[in-house]
Design a protein around this ligand. Structure first.
Ligand code: ADP
Length: 221
C-alpha cells in the first residue's frame, strides 16, 4: 500500500547539507497500523511528510496504493493528497467557529460551497461508527483534549483515505485518552482497512501497532 524504495532526503542546515534519510526502504501493507519509532531528530516527521506528499525525496521512489507518487506533480499531487491521504497531528486544529459535525465534513463543504444535508448525514454516520455521536452538536471549546483528538481523526477519515498519517497523535493526552484514541485507530484499520502510519514516542500506541519501523541513521533497522 505504501512503499518507499531507497529514499534519500537531505536538508541544508546552517549552510551544510545533512542527510536525514539515507536509502530508506519500507513496505506497509493495506490495513496495517505501522509505527515509526526513533529518537528526536531521527527523521520521523520527514518520513511522514514524504508519505503525505508535503515534501519530496531527493532520490528514490514512493508508491501509494499502486500509484508512483514520485512521478506526479503540482495540482495532481494536491488532488491525490486531498482524496487519498488523511492527517492527524499532535494538536487537533479544529475550527472553533464550527460545531463537531461541521468540522468533520468541512472539506466536503468547501468543495460543495455549503453544508448540505447529505454531508451532515455522512458526518453523523461516521461519528456514530466511531462511537462519538454524542459530540455531534458540541463546539470545540467544550471538548476535552481526548474528545477533540477523536473528532480530528473523524475529520481525517471523512473522505475514506487510503492512508492515514498521524504525527504524535497522543502526545498531548493523558493515559485514558491515549487508550481511547489507540482503540479508535485500531478500529479504523480493522473495519475500514485504513492503512495507518504513526510517528510517536508513546509506548502504548506503539505496542498496539501491527508493525514497528525503527529509524536510525537515516534507515529503517
Ligand atoms: P523527528 O521527527 O524524528 O524529530 P525530523 O524529521 O523533524 O525528526 O527532523 C530530522 C532533522 O531534519 C532535524 O535535524 C531537523 O532539524 C531537520 N529538518 C527537518 N525538516 C527540515 C526543514 N524543512 N529544513 C531544514 N531542516 C529540517
Amino acid at each position: 500500500m505504501l512503499k518507499f524504495t531507497e529514499i534519500q532526503k537531505s536538508y541544508t542546515i546552517n549552510g551544510v547539507s545533512q542527510k536525514i534519510l539515507d536509502g530508506l526502504s519500507l513496505d506497509v501493507k493495506k490495513g496495517e497500523v505501522a509505527g515509526v519509532f526513533g529518537p528526536s531528530g531521527s527523521g520521523k516527521s520527514t518520513l511522514l511528510h514524504l508519505a503525505g506528499l508535503i515534501d519530496r525525496p531527493d532520490r528514490g521512489s514512493i508508491e501509494i496504493n499502486g500509484t508512483n507518487v514520485s512521478e506526479i506533480s503540482g495540482s495532481e499531487t494536491l488532488k491525490f493528497r486531498n482524496q487519498k491521504i488523511g492527517f492527524v497531528f499532535q494538536h487537533h486544529f479544529l475550527i472553533s467557529e464550527l460545531c463537531v459535525w461541521q468540522n468533520v465534513c468541512f472539506g466536503g463543504a468547501i468543495k460543495n460551497n455549503c453544508f448540505s444535508m447529505g454531508l451532515k448525514q455522512n458526518a453523523l454516520e461516521l461519528l456514530d461508527f466511531l462511537g462519538i455521536m454524542s459530540l455531534a452538536e458540541r463546539w470545540p471549546e467544550k471538548l476535552s483534549g481526548g474528545e477533540s483528538q477523536r473528532v480530528a481523526i473523524a475529520r481525517a477519515v471523512f473522505n475514506s483515505p487510503d492512508l492515514l498519517i498521524m504525527d504524535e497523535p497522543t502526545g498531548s493526552l493523558d493515559s485514558a485518552n491515549k487508550k481511547d484514541v489507540t482503540k479508535l485507530v485500531l478500529k479504523l484499520a480493522a473495519e475500514l482497512k485504513t492503512t495507518v502510519l504513526i510517528a510517536s514516542h508513546d509506548n502504548y500506541i506503539m505496542e498496539n501497532c501491527s508493525k514497528i519501523y525503527r529509524l536510525a541513521n537515516g534507515k529503517i533497522n
